[in-house]
Design a protein around this ligand. Structure first.
Ligand SMILES: NC(=O)c1ccc[n+]([C@@H]2O[C@H](COP(=O)([O-])OP(=O)(O)OC[C@H]3O[C@@H](n4cnc5c(N)ncnc54)[C@H](O)[C@@H]3O)[C@@H](O)[C@H]2O)c1
Length: 291
């Protein structure tokens, strides 16, 4: 999407952090913005904040884990602004900890928001964007935790790797409809992600504070020492205009990705030298599997 002015962005998790910063950055480009969030008070404050900056902003309460709620929010956006062009599937929560300390309901919560929330956003909005024929763009917020997996972050990493994987496929599927897909992979950013449990719905049962205080403490320190949100949002605007697939905000983390890929490639080298596999005939990689 080269031209953003006059178009409409729908941003989940838009009441705080990276979502709110993206709303402000897209608003500054002349877009209308619809914020969707689970937290009513923060949502109202965020809409006021944007309007104070002369941005055409509206808010809608929605839990991205519930596809019906997100569909209603999408229809409300269209009722307010006519069309939607850009969707940031950004709402996310974090939980982690030592093996044996994370409750099954916490796994469910993280998967329902971070993974299924993005699936719902894509399934609901892709046909709505395609229907007006003006093209569009998805920004799916993954994380550096979708590229590398530090121990103690398994639920979070599982969902963020999934967002990366799904978005790579969707980018190819939607290109022919003139809909771009970008995968936002920030390192630590100063937001309220370390306080995610404030939005853990009661449907998941009593909050036993999975993961332990030590893990929570490390996470808070890293997030509070992270980069500010505004440059992240400005980078997203650049990347949307240039239709970039991967959006990184911490170039210094490249070495971690390189190291992971070196370990993966070493696994292939070991299998190429394996006596167990040497009995098999030489094979070529299947064609047409990847673009
Ligand atoms: N802050 C970081 O260091 C960092 C790094 C990489 C990726 N991310 C990702 O960035 C995204 C935004 O998080 P943030 O860092 O701005 O944190 P944040 O807590 O400041 O903002 C997250 C927003 O999502 C909303 N939310 C939570 N559950 C929801 C639900 N079920 N439905 C709708 N809204 C919901 C919250 O109310 C909040 O407004 C997340 O996907 C997060 O995983 C953050």
């Amino acid at each position: 999407m080269r031209e953003l002015r006059g178009k409409t962005a729908f941003i989940t998790g838009g009441a705080s952090g990276i979502g709110l910063a993206m709303a402000e950055a897209f608003g500054r480009e002349g877009m209308n913005v619809m914020l969707a969030d689970i937290e009513a008070t923060a949502l109202a404050a965020a809409v006021d904040h944007l309007r104070g900056k002369q941005i055409r902003a509206e808010g809608v309460l929605a839990n991205v884990s519930h596809s019906d709620a997100l569909r209603s929010a999408a229809l409300e956006c269209i009722a307010k602004f006519g069309k939607v062009h850009l969707v940031a599937n950004n709402a996310g929560v974090a939980a982690g900890g030592q093996i044996g300390t994370i409750s099954e309901r916490d796994w469910d919560w993280v998967i329902d928001v971070n993974l299924k929330g993005v699936v719902h956003g894509m399934e609901i909005f892709a046909p709505l964007i395609a229907s007006h024929g003006e093209g569009g763009h998805f920004v799916n917020t993954a994380s550096m935790a979708g590229m590398v997996s530090p121990p103690g972050m398994e639920p979070y990493c599982a969902t963020k790797f999934a967002v990366v994987a799904m978005s790579e496929g969707w980018a190819v599927q939607l290109a022919e409809k003139d809909i771009g897909v970008s995968i936002l992979c920030p390192g630590f950013v100063r937001t309220r992600i370390h306080e995610s449990r404030r939005n853990r719905p009661q449907d998941y049962g009593p909050d036993a504070g999975s993961g332990g205080e030590e893990v929570a403490g490390i996470a808070s320190e890293a997030v509070l020492g992270g980069i500010p949100v505004a440059p992240v949002a400005n980078r997203v605007v650049e990347a949307v205009k240039a239709n970039e697939l991967y959006i990184f905000t911490h170039p210094e983390f490249k070495a971690f990705v390189e190291a992971r890929f070196q370990r993966i490639l070493a696994g292939f080298d070991a299998s190429a030298a394996s006596p167990a596999l040497a009995v098999l005939a030489q094979r070529d990689a299947p064609s047409g599997l990847l673009p």
